[in-house]
Write a protein that binds this ligand. Structure first.
Ligand SMILES: Cc1cc2nc3c(=O)[nH]c(=O)nc-3n(C[C@H](O)[C@H](O)[C@H](O)COP(=O)(O)OP(=O)(O)OC[C@H]3O[C@@H](n4cnc5c(N)ncnc54)[C@H](O)[C@@H]3O)c2cc1C
Length: 527
């Protein structure tokens, strides 16, 4: 690119990268470069909430596929990831859930000082103040009739009403807070980047696919990228922050010689740091969509009708303003648990048609309750196929390889069926669910055949102090200098809830760690 140096280079302008770049650029004495592989992402489908699945497989989607999953009847799942300013926050379902206090206290208990819930709260609050102002968050502007039925049925089935999952108690059933303002999506780029993009000390380059790190000895001093077919590079005098997300960050680390030494050598990559944990510890949330055709001809597919389009254009309301997963619940599926192990997601539309590889929009009216496994025991891995930094990495999530995961999901599906069979929701269905009287074996078969991702991969460059840790509790990469990771990759364990909010809290804290001058530990520093 240019000979000019920057203090900081941030790679990837997603949920984390936008926040970090904006916070770092608040210090006007520092020059910040933010590199994003995708474009600006200004398309109607990134703004109109209900249209985001139309971005799947488009130019703003990395459109990954997993390896065949043995426990899912050999299916390969489709993994969309945002490739534009805002990253996945510009094409996600907008549900805003901080997570459970136990998640962060668990991270801290593993030796990650400063990551406990109480310490992270100010970062959540800072992120939320910029997202919503003082309101504390909004739900969808418009509630579908079936969503109201779900809330009533769930309470009648024994769940406690909860008007927001981000307060002291996460458990119960209620409407989701969403990353929207007045019926429009608010991505991380909208929150953090667009207000400061004219700052003289912030340079944002789109279309810049970072392909490697530049070293001086063991110190990372810059990055290389390709843009419009040309190789470019820039230097960072302070540090480089990787925020490419849970798939691309470990891939970039490995392509740059940071990973399992034996495997890197096998691929012909020079080893800079032998960190066998890079790419491991992959965790994701899986969801079993339970769907009912509805008696009344109404659901989110009404959004295609001219009157509803007009309603959105005039009032930013109606089905098009919906984030789809309008309501949900957090529950403990058995006694003896300290925190929820299941999430339910209610959508006033048939979800079986718009998920998985088909991504076909539904043509019939209906509604769905998704049963989500919140704390999977299964672990997967991201690996490189070759030394080519532009090649898509191999994604093996290892779904359901821990048998305990299936047992939890069976309880989740039974709970979804119970709520679906409770008034007033029961009366809304054309027919009882086909699995209403199924035994465990039949449920397990249905789970294997129908389960899908919630699009929440995390954990592939995890924080910690053991031999498989990739970053320390300041997010500095072990074994090299001048390099941090700050995105979904660093989570030691996945949070109980959707992952965008905790990623922004990670980013807020990362910027704070960097600006407060926490030194990036020297190579010899212990883990
Ligand atoms: C379809 C979908 C629905 C979801 N629904 C929800 C939801 O409702 N609520 C919720 O909380 N979470 C949801 N999530 C998950 C959430 O959006 C992610 O966990 C979060 O956005 C991850 O943030 P990140 O910063 O780690 O990565 P991302 O936001 O994915 O950002 C990574 C960025 O880095 C860029 N990049 C990657 N590699 C390079 C490179 N080599 N060079 C330059 N740039 C690069 C990418 O293009 C991207 O912009 C959903 C995700 C998807 C895909």
């Amino acid at each position: 690119m240019r000979a000019q140096g920057f203090d900081f280079i941030v790679v990837g302008a997603g949920s984390a990268g936008c926040a970090i770049a904006a916070r770092l650029a608040a210090d006007e004495s520092r020059q910040v470069l933010l590199l994003e592989a995708g474009g600006r992402g200004r398309r109607p489908e990134t703004v109109v909430p209900a249209l985001y699945s139309r971005l799947f497989r488009s130019s703003v989607d990395w459109a990954y596929r997993t390896e065949p999953q043995a426990e899912l009847n050999g299916r390969r799942l489709f993994w969309p990831r945002g490739r534009m300013l805002g990253g996945s926050s510009a094409m996600n379902d907008m549900v805003y859930v901080r997570g459970n206090a136990a998640d962060f206290d668990g991270w801290a208990a593993q030796g990650n000082d400063g990551w406990d819930h109480a310490s992270l709260l100010p970062y959540f609050r800072a992120a939320e103040a910029d997202l919503w102002g003082r309101s504390g968050g909004s739900a969808d502007r418009w509630t579908a009739p079936r969503t109201a039925d779900f809330l009533a049925a769930a309470e009648r089935a024994g769940l406690t009403g909860n008007d927001g999952f981000n307060g002291e108690h996460q458990e119960g059933v209620g409407r989701h807070r969403v990353a929207q303002i007045r019926g429009r999506r608010v991505s991380a780029a909208d929150v953090y980047l667009r207000p400061v993009v004219d700052r003289a000390n912030l340079t944002v380059v789109t279309g810049a696919r970072v392909t490697g790190l530049v070293y001086c000895g063991q110190r990372v001093v810059g990055v290389r990228w390709v843009r419009h077919g040309h190789a470019e590079h820039a230097r960072a005098t302070s540090e480089v922050v990787l925020s490419g997300g849970a798939v691309n960050t470990p891939a970039l680390l490995m392509a740059s010689g940071i990973g399992d030494a034996a495997e890197l050598r096998r691929l012909g990559i020079d080893v800079r740091a032998d960190l066998p944990g890079v790419g491991r510890n992959l965790q994701d949330h899986l969801m079993v969509p339970m769907c009912w055709r509805s008696v009344e001809p109404t659901s989110l597919i009404d959004g295609r009708r001219p009157g509803r389009i007009l309603e959105y254009l005039r009032h930013r309301s109606g089905p098009l303003s919906s984030n789809i997963g309008q309501a949900g619940a957090f529950v403990r599926s058995r006694s003896g648990l300290d925190a929820p192990d299941l999430q339910l997601v209610f959508a006033p539309v048939l979800l079986d048609g718009i998920r998985d590889e088909r991504v076909v929009e539904p043509t019939e009216h209906g509604y769905s309750i998704g049963a989500v496994l919140l704390q999977p025991g299964s672990r997967g891995r991201i690996t490189l196929r070759s030394a080519d930094p532009l090649a898509a990495p191999r994604i093996d999530p290892g779904y359901l390889t821990d048998p305990a995961d299936l047992a939890t999901l069976v309880r989740g599906v039974r709970l979804a069926l119970r709520i679906g069979g409770t008034a007033p929701l029961a009366g809304a269905a054309k027919a009882p669910h086909r699995l209403a009287d199924a035994d465990d074996d039949q449920l397990i078969s249905a789970i294997r055949a129908g389960i899908d991702t919630m699009f929440h991969p995390v954990g592939t460059a995890r924080m910690g102090c053991d031999e498989f840790a990739v970053v320390d509790s300041t997010l500095a990469v072990h074994g090299v200098e001048g390099l941090r990771v700050a995105d979904a990759s660093v989570m030691p364990t996945i949070t109980r809830g959707n992952t965008h909010a905790p990623v922004t809290a990670i980013a807020e804290r990362a910027a704070d760690l960097i600006l407060r001058g926490t030194p990036v530990p020297q190579t010899a520093g212990g883990r």
